[in-house]
Design a protein around this ligand. Structure first.
Ligand SMILES: *[C@@H]1O[C@H](CO)[C@@H](O)[C@H](O)[C@H]1NC(C)=O
Length: 406
């Protein structure tokens, strides 16, 4: 089997370079659990970006991925699992329609998820007229990509409905037969909205569409059962800007979904490397700031992002969570406090459904993290001295470890 061949290939390369690399769970370069799930999730192109540490330690990583991705077996993997060992292909099979959409499941559990059924005669042809938002985002664009297949395009049909061949003939129940609750369009109930609405979702926000959460995460939030851990104060209290949210929905949901109460001053967050966790995500490829007490001036300390609008917080979190910016999260109120603390910080625009068809109209917005010209490029001017970081102020700041979906 191809999988075995590339395991050997990777193992040989690893020992040739003397690498002793292991991930948090003790998988090394020869682990098909690891390679298979990375390859299946990200493909060879992103293999390198997604996990630099593995790539450099296991030199043959990309070749290995090529082998996996081109010749994925038509059997279910016996070693793959989604987050927990119990969530293996047998678990996927119990609710295949939904679970095959989990990261990597479609390829790892090829038999269950029908990845090899492309020539299945029962599978109706793709609808050539369907597209999502733009004509080039047609059925061909959805092929093999669960997230794209889940998008609702022309005629309010998802890729699964319009592109059965490209989307694996595993058509989920048509959405019309599973009416959504009208008052709570996500999360299985208003109290589970993650983040709380109204929606600020734009086309390029990572992760499954927020409005589909009721189906994607029935009676759960997207970050339930993840290692993300809010840093609570002594006695278990939440930091002040989140205390109301904590009371309403619990600490993890508050820290990840908000709403933050910064009195309207906005917020800024720094995602910084966390030993044993950052190496799993994309953070290393998008470091964008230094602290102003540093001399390095290379913007490699972490990823800073913020906004003048308190309400954008949970939307930024959700996007960066699904982009895999793994690290520890340190956030503070007041966008203006970036001055003299960090050299740079990206900006998230509030998105309001004003119907003007502009860049921040909910219907048409592409990426609220870009194209606004509001990013902070303070460059740590000396007039901001002395360095005064609010980081430890529990009145103003909050933190969470093991951030992001990886
Ligand atoms: C600079 O500031 C950061 C954040 O406040 C802190 O973690 C770090 O220890 C400081 N470094 C020095 C050299 O003081």
């Amino acid at each position: 089997m191809q999988l075995r061949a590339f395991k050997l290939l990777v193992a040989a390369a690893a020992s040739a370079s003397g690498a002793k690399w292991r991930d948090d769970s003790g998988n090394d370069c020869s682990s098909d659990v690891l390679t298979a799930s990375w390859c299946a999730s990200y493909g060879d192109e992103q293999f390198e970006q997604k996990d630099g540490s593995m790539q450099s330690a296991c030199e043959a990583g990309c070749e290995a991925c090529d082998g996996y991705c081109d010749d994925a077996s038509c059997e279910d993997s016996s070693s793959w699992y989604y987050k927990k060992e119990s969530k293996n292909c047998d678990w996927v099979a119990k609710k295949a329609k939904k679970r095959c959409q989990k990261s990597g499941a479609d390829l790892a559990c090829a038999e269950t998820c029908g990845a090899c059924d492309e020539e299945d005669d029962d599978c109706p042809a793709d609808d050539a007229s369907w597209f999502y938002k733009k004509s080039k985002k047609n059925c061909g664009w959805t092929e093999g990509k669960a997230k794209r297949c889940a998008k609702e395009g022309l005629g309010d049909r998802t890729g699964y409905e319009a592109c059965p061949t490209s989307c694996g003939c595993e058509t989920p129940e048509p959405t019309s037969s599973t009416p959504r609750p009208t008052l709570a369009p996500h999360g299985g109930g208003a109290d589970l909205a993650s983040p709380e609405g109204p929606s600020q979702q734009c086309a390029d926000d990572a992760g499954p569409p927020w409005a589909d959460d009721a189906e994607t995460y029935p009676n759960a939030r997207y970050h339930d059962d993840t290692p993300a851990t809010p840093s609570l104060l002594e006695g278990g209290a939440c930091a002040a800007p989140l205390s109301a949210a904590c009371e309403a929905k619990g600490a993890r949901a508050a820290y990840l979904d908000g709403p933050v109460d910064c009195g309207g001053a906005g917020w800024f967050c720094r995602i910084m490397p966390q030993d044993g966790w950052t190496s799993r995500g994309t953070l290393g490829g998008d470091l964008n700031f230094d602290h102003c007490n540093e001399t390095a001036n290379d913007d490699l300390t972490g990823h800073c992002h913020g906004s003048t609008d308190d309400a954008t917080y949970g939307w930024w979190i959700r996007d960066h969570w699904f982009r895999g910016y793994a690290g520890s999260l340190f956030c503070c109120c007041d966008w203006e406090r970036t001055k003299g603390v960090v050299s740079r910080c990206d900006y998230r625009m509030p998105v309001t459904d004003v119907g003007d068809g502009g860049a921040y109209d909910l219907e048409t917005c592409r990426d609220a993290n870009e194209d606004h010209g509001y990013g902070y490029e303070g460059r740590c001017k000396s007039k901001y001295e002395p360095f005064d970081d609010p980081l430890d102020s529990t009145d103003q700041c909050w933190a969470l470890t093991s951030f992001a979906d990886v």
